[in-house]
Design a binder for this molecule. Sequence first.
Ligand code: IPD
Ligand code: CA
Length: 260
Amino acid sequence: MTDNEILSLLCEAEREGAALMQEAHDILAERKTDRRDVVTEYDRRVQELLIRRLSEAVPDARFFCEENDRHDDLHAEHVFIIDPIDGTMNFVHGLHHSCISAAYMRRGELRAAAIRNPYVNELFTAVKGAGAFLNGRPIRVTDAPLSETLVCCGTTPYDPKLADRCFGLMKKAFLAGLDVRREGAAALDLCTAAAGRAGVFFELGLSLWDYAAGKLIVEEAGGICRTLEGGALPLDPTRPSVVAGGRQAVEELLRLAKEK
Ligand code: IPD
Ligand code: CA
């Protein structure tokens, strides 16, 4: 299968998953590790649906997914990295800002990605080397400096011991930028940066399923992704910090992060 065929598969599976999200009612949150880390039957159902659809088309596919500890070998020939509902807390509380995020990795390299927000009918896509798109139209990061852009960020809610550092950097970003935004779905935050709606996104710790698809979309939109230490963003389960967006705003944010 070509990367473009895989992308079509991702989009089609996400279209079915999005219908499940939109039909959701009586959403009950179950705790995973603590009160901020929750899952619903819809997270599980969307994940099962995607795994079923993708396995039917790619029988030797491996999966690295948020729910049910489905963490196969990331170096396999065909790996799908899935966050069935990113922004679960928004989903549970009726804030219509959540998405399905899926990336395809071949032998360790990201090749295709699709992130779908069913509530505003936005589908962000990318194929390696072929650009990034929103509903089929090309998107690009902004080249603007921090002083002329919004800064999008996440609060690493499952790791509250990072709160001082996180809110410290948010304050610096607020003072240097136009304003800060915390919208509650990291995969969509990365798309926000990819589309130039914000100059940069940062969060102090994310799981691979939160950022894999968004990483390819940002890079194909002409942007860069780094850790807060300035290194390459790894495609592994280490929960790195993530900074992504236009080069100038990312570099400014990395400088702010270093300042005492
Ligand atoms: C979370 C969201 C949130 C971010 C967290 C993620 P989930 O993902 O992306 O914005 O701050 O770090 O874990 O749990 O809703 O899939
Ligand atoms: Ca997530």
